[in-house]
Write a protein that binds this ligand. Structure first.
Ligand SMILES: Cc1cc2nc3c(=O)[nH]c(=O)nc-3n(C[C@H](O)[C@H](O)[C@H](O)COP(=O)(O)OP(=O)(O)OC[C@H]3O[C@@H](n4cnc5c(N)ncnc54)[C@H](O)[C@@H]3O)c2cc1C
Length: 434
């Protein structure tokens, strides 16, 4: 039996699905010893620090990750960062192959004047703040204003808008970070504008996210009915299924009986961010108004302003570059997942950019692992265990993570939450027994 040693860097969905694909391709004479490195003390990537707290069912995929982690020859090295604690060179020499699944965590910039003002944030900072990511626990989020503007037309923008527009008590039974629940409870935000540059038919929301809006019990949801009807007329029967379903969901929202809750979410289209105004902090968001001419989005030359104290952009993500790992155009440079000229591969958002749901990473990782397995030499390398060079470093093993997990779930049970997340890295390490 030959055992090939594979390093997987990044314990998000893509990393776990890569591990699973390798476990599934073991044969009678070949298997895999998998070491998964993760920079945080906790695994699960965006399933822990991205997915909205009011969508707990989505997070049950973590049970699959834990099964992968406890099956076969698998070791977790949490609190170990590639580029800081270990190098790409070390990994390449100690392992038969290396899989980079470090995701895509940097928010794309709007590139407009005023973006640097206090009160202008990226969803890439705001989302991990409410999800207890240790790097963002101290983020200052000004919620002392009546109006927030969210820029973007995808599910992340929708999550952000919902989190701001929910009645705070609706978060009590979720795993939202304690500091975020406390801040949102004191929030003065009552009007949340979700603003898209193009029309309703171009929005990248998925229809289930739109269809849950009418079910919000404490939030009015407003959308311009004429804009939705115009889009339906423009597309006629030719609309793709997903677009048709989205427009139907929007039409349903537009046709809702008027409600009079304290909080309102406004879905707005054809607004191109132009400038953020304010004296030391955000005071006003200025948009150029767009229109459609022969299927093309064009500016009308008119502008619209929304007075607000908070602007959050959710217009996409890009990967962070890592020393020793080729990088191009916001992603890890690769051809079909192979990082050319190396024994490294890449999967997930690091490979493709920020597209696709959790499940998309499963088929993607499976395809790349087929290439990896096909490229392996006939005999594994005979190198020393890299773990030896981490002696003295506070490594969160699978056992350590299970201690954190059990403690968080137990603390949550007392409060009727799925878990009570710890957001301080040092506390998490202590919980792991380190
Ligand atoms: C806000 C938000 C909400 C979402 N909601 C949903 C949803 O409801 N349903 C759904 O299906 N999909 C959702 N998605 C999409 C889903 O989260 C992604 O498809 C998936 O997480 C991508 O997996 P990944 O493993 O490539 O990246 P990630 O999940 O980002 O995992 C990458 C991991 O790598 C680690 N890492 C980074 N750099 C290093 C380094 N140098 N060394 C070691 N480790 C490192 C990170 O800490 C992280 O744990 C959402 C995405 C976002 C941003």
């Amino acid at each position: 039996m030959s055992t090939f040693r594979i390093a997987i860097v990044g314990a998000g969905p893509a990393g776990y699905f890569a591990a699973q694909a390798l476990q599934n391709s073991a044969t009678e004479d070949r298997d895999f010893a998998i070491d998964m490195f993760e920079r945080l003390p906790t695994p699960w990537g965006l399933v822990r620090s991205g997915v909205a707290p009011d969508h707990p069912k989505i997070k049950t995929v973590a049970k699959v990750f834990e099964k992968i982690a406890t099956a076969g020859n698998f070791r977790l090295f949490g609190n170990v960062e590639l580029g800081t604690d270990i190098t790409a060179e070390q990994l390449q020499s100690h392992y038969d192959a290396v899989v980079i699944s470090t995701g895509s965590a940097l928010g794309r910039k709007l590139g407009i004047p005023g973006e640097g003002l206090f009160g202008s944030l990226s969803a890439a900072d705001f989302v991990p703040w409410y999800n207890a990511h240790p790097d963002f626990a101290d983020l200052e989020v000004p919620l002392d204003c009546d109006t927030a503007v969210i820029i973007g037309a995808g599910n992340v923008a929708m999550d952000v808008a919902r989190m701001l527009a929910l009645e705070p008590s609706e978060l009590d039974s979720t795993d939202t970070a304690d500091h975020a629940i406390a801040a949102l409870r004191k929030s003065s935000v009552r009007q949340v504008y979700l603003c898209a540059r193009r029309g309703p038919e171009h929005a990248a929301f998925t229809s289930p996210e739109l269809r849950e809006l009418p079910k919000l019990e404490h939030t009015n949801v407003l959308i311009n009915k004429a804009q939705v009807t115009d889009a339906q007329v423009r597309l006629g029967e030719g609309a793709e299924k997903d677009v048709r379903s989205n427009l139907e969901a929007m039409s349903l929202i537009a046709g809702l009986e008027e409600t009079h809750h304290e909080r309102t979410m406004h879905l707005e289209f054809f607004l191109a961010p132009q400038e953020i105004l304010g004296n030391g902090r955000v005071e006003e968001m200025v948009f150029g108004i767009n229109t459609l001419v022969n299927g093309e989005i064009v500016p009308t030359g008119e502008t619209r302003s929304i007075k607000c104290g908070l602007v959050i952009s959710a217009i996409g993500y890009q990967a962070e570059s890592i020393d020793g790992v080729p990088y191009k155009s916001g992603k890890i440079a690769n051809v079909d997942g192979r990082i050319e000229g190396t024994n490294m591969y890449t999967v997930g958002w690091a490979k493709r950019g920020p597209s696709g749901v959790i499940g998309t990473n499963k088929s993607d990782a499976s395809d790349v692992m087929k290439l990896l397995v096909g490229d392996l030499a006939t005999q594994p390398k005979q190198e020393s265990d890299l773990a030896q060079s981490l002696v003295g470093h506070r490594v969160v093993t699978q056992e350590g993570w299970e201690k954190i997990n059990a403690a968080e779930v137990a603390a949550g049970e007392l409060l009727n939450k799925p878990r009570r997340k710890e957001s301080k890295a040092d506390e998490l390490l202590k919980m792991a027994g380190l």
